[in-house]
Design a protein around this ligand. Structure first.
Ligand code: DLL
Length: 368
């Protein structure tokens, strides 16, 4: 009937999954070498051709990709398919005014929706649920990503997008949403407003799916208590796909990486060396089931650890622990990526202001 769950079942056996990853990696490397001049040059500089990549054992031979590489090839020069095959474009902020642009073919969108459906299903979302999506819709991948995934699962989607809290509360009450998807900071803000306006008895939420920014166990407890829901962490980044790269299961024992589509590695952020299983370091992803933008060894700059032992839920995919920080200076404010250099370039437009500044980020009342 549904495909999203069966696909994952197919790669439960670790050896079988590694075989699938190897086959997909070899195919991806051939495609980027043939179709993306940037990757061909990078591989040639490293003395590599696709014939040198036989499977996941050769992954570490390949050069890394950085956000700046996408920026230098702005907007579409990293795409591996002609523009006629691209059906959606999203973007995320970069270190300058320029966005990091990402593209999807129809198949990419179908795979992405399936992955999110798989994530949502794993925490109990069903086709009988009403999913209120309060991630921003637009270039950000949160809104449309969660939307397509919930719809693929057969749930009824309320595309609320972000902001206008009173309207959001009215929709939650009137439509009786059972699932809320948004940033954790906005969930806490909504929870406080629900409490303040005495609406708790009129809210039917039972599951919360929150991500796009780091959040703590304490924050989970607060949200769960205030809204009377179970809250789950969802992780992703535009360059790799958007939300749904990894998501927690009801065991709350880390986020299961969708390993049939993304190979995760943890490296030393200083040296670039791949670290032994279970070490903390910087997360790197390779896309192995993507057509338009299959990034190779993309450095996320997110610091975490990968747990490879099978989970108590029965699944065998590696689990990433909560993101502990970043190895660059990016801040994430209400799900929006902000680099200090962007603040600096705005300040420098005013000659009357000296270019010395301190950035103060206050999250104390969850609205900032
Ligand atoms: O934030 C995609 C997303 C949307 C994920 C909705 C989850 C839910 P970007 O705007 O490209 O994409 O930002 C990606 O956000 O490298 C992390 O630093 C951070 N991030 C995303 N999810 C989490 C999370 C979306 N669950 C950057 N915990 C990533 C901690 C997260 N940080």
């Amino acid at each position: 009937m549904t495909t999203y769950w069966d696909q994952e079942k197919e790669c439960m056996e670790i050896a079988k999954r590694q075989e699938l990853q190897s086959a997909r990696l070899v195919d991806t490397i051939k495609r980027v070498y043939d179709n993306v001049p940037y990757y061909r040059e990078k591989m040639q500089q490293a003395g590599l051709t696709p014939d040198d990549i036989h499977g996941i054992e050769d992954l570490a031979k390949l050069p890394f990709t950085e956000k700046k590489d996408l920026r230098n090839n702005y907007p579409f020069y990293t795409f591996a398919v002609p523009m006629k095959d691209v059906v959606r474009i999203h973007a995320s902020s970069g270190t300058t005014g320029k966005q990091t642009v990402v593209g999807y073919t129809q198949k990419d969108l179908d795979v992405w929706a399936d992955l999110i459906a798989r994530c949502f299903y794993s925490v109990g979302v069903r086709d009988t649920d009403i999913v209120h999506v309060a991630f921003g819709y637009g270039l950000f991948t949160g809104g449309l990503g969660a939307h397509d995934g919930a719809q693929a699962l057969g749930a009824a989607v309320v595309p609320a997008s972000g902001g206008n809290t009173n309207r959001q509360l009215q929709l939650l009450v009137d439509f009786g949403a059972t699932v809320l998807a948004c940033t954790p900071s906005y969930a806490l803000y909504l929870a406080d407003e629900i409490q303040r306006q005495g609406l708790r008895d009129q809210i039917k939420l039972r599951i919360g799916i929150f991500g796009a920014e780091p959040w703590s166990e304490e924050m989970r407890q607060q949200i769960e208590e205030k809204l009377g829901i179970k809250a789950y962490d969802i992780y992703g980044l535009s360059e790799i796909m958007g939300p749904g790269v990894a998501m927690e299961c009801p065991e709350h024992a880390g986020m299961h990486v969708n390993a049939d589509c993304f190979i995760a590695e943890v490296i030393d952020p200083e040296t670039g060396e791949v670290l032994p299983e279970g070490s903390a370091g910087e997360l790197v992803f390779t896309c192995i089931n993507k057509e338009a933008l299959p990034l190779i060894r993309y450095r996320t700059h997110d610091l975490t650890r990968l747990e490879v032992a099978p989970c108590a839920c029965g699944r065998t995919t590696p689990r990433m622990q909560k993101v502990k920080g970043r190895s660059d200076d990016m801040l994430i404010i209400r799900g929006v990526n902000v680099f200090p250099s962007q603040i600096e370039s705005a300040l420098l437009k005013y000659p009357e202001i000296a270019p010395h500044y301190v950035i103060y980020v206050d999250r104390s009342n969850h609205t900032d």
